[in-house]
Write a protein that binds this ligand. Sequence first.
Ligand code: AMP
Length: 509
Amino acid sequence: MSNAVATDDPYRWLEVIAAEHPERLLLETGGGRRLSYGAMAALTGRLAASLAALQVAPGDRVVAQVEKSPEAIALYLACLHLGACFVPLNTAYTFAELEYFLGDAAPTVAVIRPADLEPVQAIAQRCGVTHVATLDEHGGGSLLERAESASPARAPHDPAALAALLYTSGTTGRSKGAMLTRANLGSNATTLAREWRFSSDDVLLHALPIFHVHGLFVAINTVLASGSSMLFLPKFDADETVRLLPRASVMMGVPTFYTRLLQHPGLNRDTARNVRLFVSGSAPLLAETHREFQARTGQAILERYGMSETLMNTSNPYVGERIPGSVGPALPGVEVRIVNPDSGAVLPEADSIGMIEVRGPNVFSGYWRMPEKTAAEFRQDGFFITGDLGKCDARGYVYIVGRGKDLIITGGYNVYPIEVELEIDSLPGVNESAVIGVPHADFGEGVTAVVVPNNDATLDEASIRQALEQRLAKFKLPKRVLFVTELPRNTMGKVQKSALRARYSDLYK
Ligand code: AMP
């Protein structure tokens, strides 16, 4: 069957396939609901009409904190239809966190889960957001209730227009909105569809969340770019994945999916027989997991590397050696270099460890309303400073060796320690704290808090965790809270997190 659709605009993919092959299947949900490209285009048109009725104009932001559903995809596509900017939010964010995002993104409309309506209305009012609409996982809620069948005029195609803001956790505690253009999305998915040999025959098993770059742009845009289809599951479940794998030709996952599949007795060569490609990313895949998976299924997982700000940068090859522990060479059109993190000087010798910097059509245009932060993270020649430390071998394969920013990645989600530390430090009886990632068999890393109590205070683990539950999304909550009388520090007074990580390395074993 045909390969990539000959356009590089994410909305045009839908439009072209819906016009040429309206009956072609786009997705089937876990509950057996089937949606064709034509049906998705019609749904997108209706949602675009509802958004237009709520005064959404080109360039306006639309925030969405909603469950995974076909309608949530249509909401993203409706924003593209109108030339508006889609701002997906992790469903685990608390109301306190949502308030920050609504204030920062200043959307025209916030689309939320029906159960959250009352508290969010109050928050929206404080943030000056005029319209709040609801959408549930079955497509119910006020957003579709007011949808009309006639879709409004499509915005003219502007590759430089803002298509999405993806919020990343900030190292200083403030989340930054990475501004991605239509050209960023279009070029990256076109490259991935080509490099990973997607065709309209492919069926992608989709179990990732769709508020994140991986599930939304790597997975869905690549499907749209190739006219393929998805088995669209609400979340990852090992039993369900093993049951459905024989119907899939591609699976994308975070490393936790693969470690969980390996624990499932049903995973074998037979269940994986029709899968031509397993992709992993968002966090490091242990070389051990790669080898075990290959031994069980006969398939070498293809690991790639990217981030919200840059979409995908590198990928192990489809044809050629996939090296366990490496994220592969730079994708075509993307330049990757390793530099001295302090001086910025390029390290030309193979295997030198330094800061990974990238440049290309995939790289975002800056942080939303943060010109100084943007300027600080780009070099004069346009390279973006990723914050990841790594090396590049003589063949161009990139290896990530650490994270310069102390980022914790737990179950594929990013947690910046400072954000959790600030919440802990504000609790009564706490003198100071350090939050670190400690190896965890299931989550990759477990968020772990090391707390110094005030002299006279008696603190306990359960009450600290309970206090944090009101303030932080569940995935950011420390799995363990440990108490010490002082934190290890270097001569400059900086807390030595590496010493703490070493001290507690066996905590979850
Ligand atoms: P996010 O913006 O949430 O996608 O997180 C991006 C960060 O995830 C990157 O800067 C890396 O630190 C990390 N990351 C993504 N893919 C990989 C990978 N394959 N191996 C190691 N770290 C990764």
